[in-house]
Design a protein around this ligand. Structure first.
Ligand code: KG4
Ligand code: ZN
Length: 338
């Protein structure tokens, strides 16, 4: 079965063709980073309009790349939520219409399930059961995965997501958008020992996260080192970025080790945009080796939003018999456990 996957929940238009027998056949991505950069963050209406412009050309690209025609498409999977409603509407209505026009089934995919299953696209995919850490711009969650489709949230952020905290700290440090990779790059040049930031909620039991206090700690440290002319030197900025990143990744690693201990599962999969963070990977490796557990990641290009993860997740749901109704349904909020 060949599935066309469409992702348009935020600022990336992702399209892919996944075959249940042959694996990933083609994928194409258009990032709107340049479009939103001037505004310092994603402007929802501009995002929707750009998805309209890019989606159909990208679908043609993946069909050409895979040397297939549209009649080879057996089903269409699209992200139905959570995300920006207007942006989701573009991919969902386009995907639903294509499926109707081709007289093939369609399936609605949960964006975070897409992220969660992205490591399955790799050569040595993990087998369930496992613990999943989902760390993106909108979510920080630890999920107990008994089987594909069977998800129990073990813990999540009570305020900001980890990626959101990275993005906000990037703004404070005047690094612009997208923030996460820029904070990470600056952190690499800093002295990680100069400032010590708190590791929120690690001194009490439980698997929830909180990153908003860390953000405030960051703002106060910046103010303490800003002179009367509003100037802060570059080395201090790098040291703050390093201390912030270290606090986030340490906190996440502590909770992941706890989740692995609590479930007894020996596999952790990590997905979502922040899983691209190199320091996070180092810390997780060090923490999980102590539990004799293995860590799995998607390939770097499948850590952030993409169409391949949606095509894969959709394919699994289609194989299990799931079908979307004819109506286009999108949800800005949609708990994974639903
Ligand atoms: O999964 P994703 O592409 O979109 C959402 O579903 O949110 O994740 C984007 C998030 C952004 O907050 C971005 O700043 C963060 O992932 N991110 C990173 C890195 N690369 C992306 N955060 C820290 N370090 C990185 N290397
Ligand atoms: Zn995402």
């Amino acid at each position: 079965m060949i599935v066309l996957g469409i992702e348009s929940s935020c600022d990336e238009t992702g399209v892919a063709l996944y075959c249940s027998e042959r694996g990933l056949l083609a994928d194409a991505l258009y990032s709107q980073v340049e479009l939103h950069e001037a505004y310092g963050g994603v402007v929802p209406e501009l995002a929707s309009r750009d998805h309209v412009r890019k989606l159909v050309p990208l679908i043609k690209t993946v069909l050409d790349d895979a040397q297939l025609s549209r009649t080879d498409i057996d089903a269409v999977a699209y992200t139905a939520g959570p995300g920006l409603l207007g942006a989701l509407m573009v991919g969902a209505s386009c995907g639903r219409a294509i499926a109707y026009g081709l007289d093939v089934p369609a399936v609605e995919v949960h964006h975070m399930e897409g992220h969660l299953l992205a490591p399955m696209l790799e050569l040595n995919p993990p087998e369930a059961p496992f613990v999943a850490l989902l760390v993106s711009g909108g979510h920080t969650q630890l999920v107990k995965v008994e089987a594909i489709g069977d998800y129990e949230i073990l813990g999540e952020s009570v305020d900001d997501a980890a990626g959101e905290a990275f993005d906000k700290v990037a703004k404070m440090l005047e690094l612009g958008y997208p923030g996460g990779p820029r904070v990470a790059a600056l952190a690499d040049t800093g002295d990680v020992g100069r400032f010590t930031f708190p590791r929120p909620m690690t001194d009490r039991p439980g698997l929830d996260f909180s990153f908003s206090g860390l953000k405030t700690f960051c703002r106060n440290t910046i103010l303490d080192h800003t002179d009367d002319d509003g100037h802060i030197d570059q080395a201090t900025k790098a040291d703050i970025a390093a201390a912030f990143q270290e606090a986030v990744v340490d906190t996440v690693a502590i909770k992941c080790r706890r989740a692995v201990k609590q479930t007894g599962y020996k596999r952790l999969i990590v997905a979502g945009g922040v899983s691209a963070n190199r320091r996070l990977r180092e810390k997780l490796q060090a923490a999980l080796v102590k539990e004799r557990a293995e860590v799995f990641y998607p390939g770097l290009k499948y850590c952030t939003d993409n169409g391949a993860m949606i095509a894969y997740a959709g394919c699994q749901r289609l194989l299990a018999g799931e079908r979307a109704p004819l109506s286009v349904r999108t949800k800005a909020r949609w708990p994974l456990s639903d």
